[in-house]
Design a protein around this ligand. Structure first.
Ligand code: ATP
Ligand code: MG
Length: 418
């Protein structure tokens, strides 16, 4: 049996790196005041048609949709925002919590795409959403959270691209101008974009085939069509980012692949994993809560692709502390077995990551395996030590070996490892 195409096993060594990056994200989110929310992997397919948009690639080509045994049309979640907003509306959190309500999530997403490096059918996202405020400081907070998180994991080479796609009013004006610009090039567009020209012309800017063609690059930008409110908002976001020293480039053609965005949009892009890769992307979605049956409340969020972050991190040194599963190996020989076994549990009770040396190995093999597993110390109890009530501690890094009373082992190791 083999794993499904586009699905990936995260094996133990890799999983430790995942735990590390998850911990950094949790810590960052909580420092910025974002609390966790967990929503189901399965939702009514209609939720995504209504939120992500029924003319988007995600809904048209990438969703895992099927009828469950009760005849409901359901979908594996292709992204996290729709579920979070559904929960916000369904549980009337807008009436029970102070706004803005600031949330984060992490977990698997599913899209039926052509698998390649950094593109899978089950992949993982870290995301945040803030609901109930249109304050430009909130946009700047979310963007700076993303920036701070990327800095914290050592990804200081990704570039922040910032744009605005205005409100529905701005978009209506822009849409007309864009169609007028693109119509003469209709025959040069791919099949999908010819259809998009009628249904959703902004999507063309985001197309993987046509997006970089010269006549698309030279298309008018929505920044020229922004209304006063959207223009002011965009300026204030930039001022707040400037004050924090968060660097960015204005990208006049930034169009996000989901229909629900309004005003601020942004992407963090790295060019080192294949052609132009977005590792984190987000924006404001002021119409979405209402669209999903709630009050007219604004929202903003982002999602980061964890596999893509991992690919970038592979090009750097593995973060320390992420490699080893335990710090100490305990081994007993002859009459020392019983004492060693009890010391192992005493160490674990005291919070030390200690491992038993299974399968009765020779001393040399114990030391070799401990070293290979990344442990720092080996605790040995043989016949001599047992008679004298002692243990031998070997430091695998320095090679140094000391013998002392069994009673002091736990405290000593705790000090050494702290
Ligand atoms: P792309 O243009 O690369 O298809 P997208 O615009 O569809 O990305 P979003 O929906 O904005 O992506 O998702 C946010 C992030 O999730 C992306 O920037 C990317 O890092 C990650 N991501 C999206 N799709 C996949 C996938 N199939 N496999 C791995 N990561 C993905
Ligand atoms: Mg995509």
């Amino acid at each position: 049996m083999q794993v499904l195409r586009g699905m990936v096993d995260i094996l133990p060594a890799e999983a430790r790196r995942w735990q590390w990056i998850e911990a950094v994200f949790r810590e960052t989110a909580s420092r910025f005041g974002y609390g966790e929310i967990r929503t189901p992997l399965l939702e009514h397919a209609e939720l995504y048609e209504r939120s992500v948009g029924d003319t988007t690639d995600i809904v048209q080509k990438e969703m895992y949709v099927f009828d469950d045994r009760g005849g409901r049309t359901v979908a594996l979640r292709p992204e996290g925002t729709a579920g979070v907003v559904r929960a916000f509306v369904e549980h009337k959190l807008y009436g029970r919590e102070t706004l803005p309500l600031k949330l984060f999530y992490m977990g698997p997403m599913f899209r039926y795409e052509r698998p390649q490096s950094g593109r899978q059918r089950q992949f993982h996202q870290f995301g945040v959403e803030a609901l109930g405020s249109d304050d430009p400081f909130l946009d700047a907070e979310i963007i700076s959270l993303a920036w701070f998180f990327l800095q914290s994991i050592g990804l200081d080479t990704v570039e922040l691209h910032l744009g605005s796609i205005g409100c529905p009013g701005c978009r209506l004006r822009y849409r007309e101008r864009l169609i007028r610009h693109l119509l003469p090039h209709r025959d040069e567009l791919c099949e999908d974009c010819r259809r998009r020209l009628d249904t959703n012309p902004l999507r063309i800017l985001d197309c993987k085939i046509d997006g970089d063609k010269p006549f698309v690059r030279s298309a008018p930008t929505i920044l020229d069509d922004l209304c006063d409110d959207c223009k002011t908002h965009f300026t204030q976001v930039q001022t707040a980012l400037d004050a924090l020293g968060v660097p960015y480039t204005i990208d006049p053609h930034l169009a996000r692949g989901l229909d629900y965005y309004t005003k601020t949009v942004f992407e963090f892009i790295d060019t080192r994993i294949g052609a132009k890769s977005t590792v984190l992307a987000g924006g404001r979605y002021n119409g979405l809560v209402k669209e999903l049956g709630g009050p007219d409340l604004p929202g903003i969020g982002f999602a980061a692709g964890v596999e893509r972050l991992m690919l970038l991190l592979e090009k750097k040194a593995v973060p320390s502390g992420a490699a080893a599963a335990f710090d100490v190996v305990v081994s007993g020989f002859g009459t020392g077995q019983d004492v060693a076994w009890k010391l192992l549990f005493a160490l674990r009770e005291a919070g030390v990551r200690a491992e038993w040396s299974f399968d009765q190995k020779k001393l040399k093999a114990v030391l070799r395996d401990a070293d290979r597993a990344g442990a720092r110390y080996v605790v040995l109890v043989g016949d001599d030590e047992t008679v004298r009530g002692e243990v031998t501690l070997k430091d695998l890094k320095s090679g140094e070996q000391t013998t002392f009373s069994q009673e002091t082992l736990v405290e000593r190791l705790k000090t050494l490892l702290s």
